[in-house]
Design a binder for this molecule. Structure first.
Ligand code: NI
Length: 138
């Protein structure tokens, strides 16, 4: 499967975008809020590489990246998932589940990626991965 992006947990999405721009990255999706997941999110790219920044929106509530507030080192900017693009989420999840991956979220649309469906799986040896379904125009 082709890698779609690398997910980075950060404390401040706009500050992370600014720091990456200095290194030659360009913004492909400006920071926006995904209230249903309690996150702020943005995308930058550099050649073939795409990085997604994710920050907790409201610290009063849980979020997929609230582990960051407990991390002692490096404490910010932690790459924590690779996202892979596939043709059919249902089929790919079934195949991966036969090899030791476990689905840990419901399939749900990602507003920051054209509402394409995504799902997260966990593997005991490599941690978290994300799957995104290929869009109509890809
Ligand atoms: Ni992601």
């Amino acid at each position: 499967m082709k890698v779609h992006h690398i997910g980075y947990a950060v404390k401040d999405v706009s500050a992370a975008v600014k720091a990456f721009k200095v290194l030659g990255w360009v913004v492909t999706a400006e920071p926006s809020d995904d209230v249903s997941r309690n996150i702020s999110i943005a995308f930058v790219s550099n050649g073939q590489y795409v990085v997604e920044f994710i920050a907790t929106l409201n610290p009063e509530h849980s979020s997929p990246v609230d582990f960051l507030s407990k991390a002692k080192f490096p404490g910010n900017g932690i790459p924590y998932h690779l996202c892979y693009e596939c043709n059919c989420l249902e089929q790919t999840v079934a195949e991966l589940e036969n090899t030791g991956y476990r689905q840990i979220t419901q399939v749900a649309p990602a507003p920051a990626i054209d509402d394409r469906n995504v799902v997260f799986l966990l593997n005991q040896h490599i941690g978290l991965i994300e799957l995104i379904e290929r869009g109509d125009n890809q």
